[in-house]
Design a protein around this ligand. Structure first.
Ligand SMILES: [Zn+2]
Length: 136
């Protein structure tokens, strides 16, 4: 068991959408990936908030700065999900493959924005589907 009282540094900050259908699975998956300790932030639409909304982007960048300063994080997990209401949901796409490809582009775009400001953080892109969570 990790001695949480004396633990101050860890590897990962994750950002995911607020959508309650995916939170528990995402948290469980993150726990498996990280050994159970990580910083976690939600934004409406995850990548959408960071790309489209300057105040959300600035606020998220403040979170990154704080995570770096307090916890010395090394990796940022950007997490989008299927049927995201902020993007209009699955109905906006012809099929699931098109939807996944769209999110991969948004994740790439977001990674580019963040990497410019934080070149030393390793960025990992993640997509939460109905059945699987995977790096993309
Ligand atoms: Zn969403």
């Amino acid at each position: 068991m990790t001695d949480l009282k004396n633990l101050h540094h860890w590897e990962v900050l994750a950002v995911a959408c607020i959508d309650g259908r995916f939170i528990k699975r995402t948290i469980d998956w993150l726990s498996e990936q990280t050994g159970g300790v990580f910083d976690f932030r939600t934004e409406v639409g995850a990548t959408k908030a960071i790309i489209d909304c300057e105040s959300d982007r600035n606020s998220f960048c403040n979170v990154i700065e704080t995570s770096l300063k307090l916890h010395s994080i090394k990796q940022l997990f950007l997490i989008d999900h299927i049927d995201c209401g902020a993007y209009g949901g699955s109905k906006e796409f012809e099929n699931e493959d098109e939807e996944v490809q769209f999110h991969i582009k948004q994740l790439d775009k977001t990674a580019g924005i963040i990497a410019k400001k934080f070149p030393n953080i390793e960025i990992k892109k993640v997509f939460v589907g109905w059945n699987e969570i995977e790096f993309v």
